[in-house]
Design a protein around this ligand. Structure first.
Ligand code: ATP
Ligand code: MG
Ligand code: FE
Length: 350
């Protein structure tokens, strides 16, 4: 099926067009620069930017794909989770488009879309698979037996564990701030870390102690790590010594990646799952990708990670999940579907 997907859950206005597993267009307009001076995304600013960017982004995507809007078989849109006002712009636009074209509309979960996007690069998802979803707002281990959330036969996306405080991406952004790097910090830490030592500073690995593992075996915690980095940097500054940014970045990044990969491989082994998929903005991290490939190979687990440009927010991921909804015969959403800022990961289709 030819499907157009719209993404506006945060600060990226994304429109993607796919035919089945084939990517035809992935057009993204970002308001990230408008938020940078505030050190975080300002919801009101993001909503207004989506409103201005929506129609031009739609037009550019159709042009790139060489299609007219009327050619599509369905329209898909992120219905949640995300910023309420930002989601509303995408959902209202998608409703208008579907209504005008007389085509079915699918309101889908942003997190499942981060998983489904891999089909555009590596073909049909192995199901069941384990998904390590690491982004700006989420860090979860999911058992994916049906990326569309399951039909009448059941099965779907089941959480095995999640962060109990900060998301991995949030930790990257906060630590970047402490180091004086620009927002969003993930890519800057990634770059700075290349010149640093990964074992120079021994930062804590959250929820990996024996007692913690009893209750939180597949959960994550990054807030203690973030505080440890901030304390370490403050101590340095007090003595007037220069802060070794590259070493701090590399040691912090190593601690995050170590816990993510360790717990993902433990979950795979425990549940007898042989395929690990990594998705979300933090999956763009070069160290996480390298470490996951290396350790998974040793553990006999296959790893799939979409290319970095498909890991961060985009419309193609929404189109990819929408195409799967059509292919698996899921019932389209009602045209009065709501935007749900806290849509649970288990609700893949609204
Ligand atoms: P969610 O998907 O949970 O709603 P989001 O959509 O805001 O959150 P994404 O776009 O999926 O988030 O991911 C953005 C996050 O990814 C940011 O925190 C950013 O710093 C981080 N990130 C992007 N590239 C990298 C990288 N190379 N290394 C580490 N983190 C990165
Ligand atoms: Mg973003
Ligand atoms: Fe996201």
């Amino acid at each position: 099926p030819l499907v157009l997907g719209i993404e506006t859950s945060c600060d990226e206005t994304g429109v993607g067009i796919v035919r089945g597993h084939t990517l035809l267009a992935d057009t993204v307009a970002s308001s990230v620069e408008e938020h940078a001076r505030f050190g975080g995304v300002v919801p009101e600013v993001a909503s207004r930017a989506h409103l201005e960017a929506m129609v031009p982004t739609l037009e550019r995507a159709c042009e790139t794909a060489g299609i007219r809007p009327g050619d599509v078989d369905a329209v898909a849109v992120t219905s949640g989770p995300g910023l309420a006002g930002a989601l509303l712009v995408g959902v209202a636009s998608a409703k208008a488009l579907a209504l005008a074209l007389g085509k079915p509309l699918y309101g889908v979960n942003h997190l499942s879309a981060h998983v489904a996007v891999d089909q555009l690069e590596h073909g049909a998802l192995p199901e069941p698979c384990l998904a390590l979803l690491v982004s700006g707002g989420h860090s979860s281990l999911l058992r994916v037996s049906d990326v569309t959330g399951g039909g009448p036969a059941g099965g779907g996306v089941d959480p095995m564990g999640a962060t109990i405080d900060d998301a991995a991406g949030e930790a990257f952004d906060k630590v970047a701030r402490v180091l004086g790097l620009p927002f969003p910090g993930g890519p800057h830490i990634d770059r700075a870390a290349r010149d640093g030592g990964t074992v120079t500073i021994d930062f804590p690995r959250g929820l990996t102690g024996r007692r913690d593992l009893e209750r939180h075996r597949f959960d994550f915690s990054f807030s203690g790590l973030k505080t440890a980095v901030a304390r370490w940097v403050e101590a340095r500054e007090r003595t007037g010594e220069p802060v070794p940014v590259a070493d701090v970045a590399a040691s912090f990044q190593e601690a995050v990646c170590d816990v993510l990969v360790r717990k993902a491989l433990d979950a795979a082994a425990t549940h007898g799952i042989e395929d690990l998929l990594i998705g979300g903005g933090v999956a763009a991290n070069s160290r996480l990708r390298a470490m996951a490939l290396e350790r998974a190979a040793a553990a006999g687990v296959r790893v799939r990670v979409p290319r970095p440009g498909l890991c961060t927010d985009n419309g193609a991921m929404v189109a990819a999940l929408g195409a799967e909804m059509v292919a698996r015969g899921r019932t389209p959403s009602a045209l009065d579907l709501p935007a749900d800022s806290s849509q649970p990961v288990t609700t893949v289709l609204v």
